[in-house]
Design a binder for this molecule. Structure first.
Ligand SMILES: *[C@@H]1O[C@H](CO)[C@@H](O)[C@H](O)[C@H]1NC(C)=O
Length: 155
């Protein structure tokens, strides 16, 4: 398996905690994706605020190796399976409050879209903005795992 492991906090040498993101070069449904992340001691990524969303986008863009197309959908660690309309994070069970839906989302198409992915939307004037979309949990997409690590500073 070809896995790409950019380290988000590489530019923060004094941070005591960092999040490491992994984007394996495979697709999986939301449940399989979370299992794969857990098998590495990680979870599907939690995105509590806009700076975390920006960091995730950096991680996505940094995962472009060998010319693979990064402009696609990626599962993140939120779903509303327990209570439709209320998004919770799989890593910590917290209710999501920062929710940057894409235009027209969430649409719960067919009444069966309960898992969340992040995808690029073209911006007026060029470039992209990465926003969230509700989608069918059994669809296969790439996905973003995140592991919290503690950095130890050598004396
Ligand atoms: C945003 O979330 C990250 C966790 O991903 C946290 O470390 C950071 O302090 C938060 N920033 C703000 C401004 O709340």
């Amino acid at each position: 398996m070809n896995r790409t492991i950019p380290i988000l906090a590489a530019l923060l040498p004094f941070a005591s905690k960092a999040e490491v993101c992994f984007i394996p070069d495979i697709t999986a449904n939301w449940f399989e994706a979370q299992e794969i992340c857990q098998s590495w001691g990680a979870n599907l990524v939690t995105i509590p605020n806009n700076s975390a969303n920006n960091a995730v986008v950096e991680c996505i863009l940094a995962s472009s190796t060998g010319g693979n197309n990064v402009m696609t959908n990626y599962w993140i660690g939120a779903n509303d399976l327990a209570r439709p309309g209320t998004l919770k994070w799989v890593s910590n069970g917290k209710i999501a409050t920062f929710i940057p839906w894409g235009p027209g989302e969430p649409n719960n198409a067919g009444g069966s879209e309960h898992c969340v992915n992040i995808q690029p939307y073209p911006k007026d004037g060029g470039g992209h903005v990465w926003l969230w979309n509700d989608d069918g949990c059994y669809k296969k997409f790439k996905f973003i795992c995140e592991q919290a690590v503690t950095c130890v500073q050598e004396p």
